[in-house]
Write a protein that binds this ligand. Structure first.
Ligand code: SF4
Length: 365
């Protein structure tokens, strides 16, 4: 019986071009938007696997086998005044998501102890509200941060929405916040389709205050919301421009009751390719795979590291479940990856040389 299988010709020039770009990034250089867009548009699975392999090399080169683990505590749940189209906690949508006020000290300490036991570097307090102003709530937030820091078990991070005043950012820094989570969510072009109750510029302004206060930036976005590959590419370059230290890549987990509830899922290869493109654009950053990992990647979860991810959100997400931490730790062990990340260092993100992004630059010192 004759086989019906036919060999598929693979374009060897693509392989050489991917390798050329990969070698440039490995050498300390940068790729430009047109080159990145070409990578985002790769379709052939053979090309995508070449891309993953280079992204893996870049991760290994800049990050070794260290994997940065974070977990989060939902510090104030539901009834949020904002209308983010992907979010179960917005008061605009009927999602059945829990609602409660600002968290007491005990659950935060419990989360810190559990995180420490699992080798998790940071615990982030995440609040579902528009943002934070000066007043009693800021006092309470600072108190929780001080308690977390005094416990000494994990790095105290927060994600508290929009900050309009430098004083608020400064007070968070004084209380001990080291890293603040504030996603750009998507490109500037696509952002208005995700939210209309605040703007992309509100988010950039917040990040500006945080950086001025000396707080590290954890900022990324969500893919699978209906954005184009150009939007994903523009998001990655925007994150490079703001100097994000940690870049969470969330994959939409469509929540019933939200405007995005019927969004079709991205293919696994499209997700992995996006992570790899982010690694090419952001070679030194912690690229963290966060919400939507389990539901979208299923058995392919371990491939995120080959795609260039160097960080992982473990434990449950804000309103959805993740696979158990033990399973994630086993996955890392099986791959020879080490979650004992330097608790306070982002020094591997510092560029040497003149900073022009060209590894062969004559002016590099
Ligand atoms: S993403 Fe944040 S700001 Fe937007 S609705 Fe959800 S909790 Fe509110």
């Amino acid at each position: 019986m004759l086989s019906t299988m036919t060999a598929k010709p693979v374009d060897a020039t693509n392989r050489a071009r991917i390798a050329g770009l990969g070698a440039r990034v490995l050498g300390g250089g940068a790729i430009v938007r047109d080159e990145a867009l070409w990578l985002f548009h790769l379709e052939d699975s053979a090309d995508v696997f070449d891309l993953l392999s280079w992204a893996n090399r870049i991760r290994e080169h800049f990050k070794g086998n260290k994997i940065h683990l974070c977990s989060i505590v939902n510090a104030k749940a539901g009834a949020c005044s904002e209308n983010c189209s992907f979010c179960a906690q917005s008061s605009f949508y009927q999602t059945g998501s829990p609602k409660y006020g600002f968290v007491d000290p005990e659950p935060v300490q419990e989360a810190a102890a559990e995180a420490n036991q699992n080798g998790v570097t940071a615990v982030g307090l995440v609040a579902a509200w528009k943002g934070l102003n000066e007043g009693p709530m800021l006092d309470e937030v600072c108190e929780r941060v001080r308690e977390l820091k005094a416990g000494g078990k994990t790095r105290p991070d927060v994600s508290l929405g929009i900050i309009k005043s430098q004083r608020v950012a400064d007070r968070l820094k004084e209380a001990g916040v080291e890293c603040y989570g504030h996603n750009l969510e998507s490109s500037r072009r696509f952002f208005p389709q995700t939210c209309t109750t605040h703007t992309y510029d509100d988010r950039l302004e917040t990040i500006g205050h945080l950086k001025k206060a000396g707080i590290k930036i954890c900022s990324g976005g969500i893919i699978g919301m209906g954005e184009t590959r150009e939007d994903r590419c523009d998001l990655a370059f925007a994150l490079k421009e703001i100097g994000a230290n940690v870049v969470p890549v969330n994959i939409l987990n469509p929540i019933p009751g939200t405007p995005f509830e019927k969004n079709p899922p991205l293919s696994v290869l499209e997700i992995l390719k996006t992570i790899a493109c982010f690694r090419f654009i952001l070679p030194r950053q912690e690229i963290m795979i966060a919400g939507g990992r389990t539901v979208n990647l299923r058995d392919a979860q371990s491939m995120i590291f080959m795609a260039g991810a160097s960080a992982l959100m473990v434990g449950n997400y804000l309103t959805t479940l993740n696979q158990p931490v033990e399973k994630d730790l086993q996955m890392l062990k099986d791959l020879g990856l080490d979650p004992s990340w330097d608790k306070h260092g982002f020094s591997d993100q510092e560029e040497t040389g003149c900073g022009c992004g060209n590894g062969n630059c004559e002016t590099s010192s």
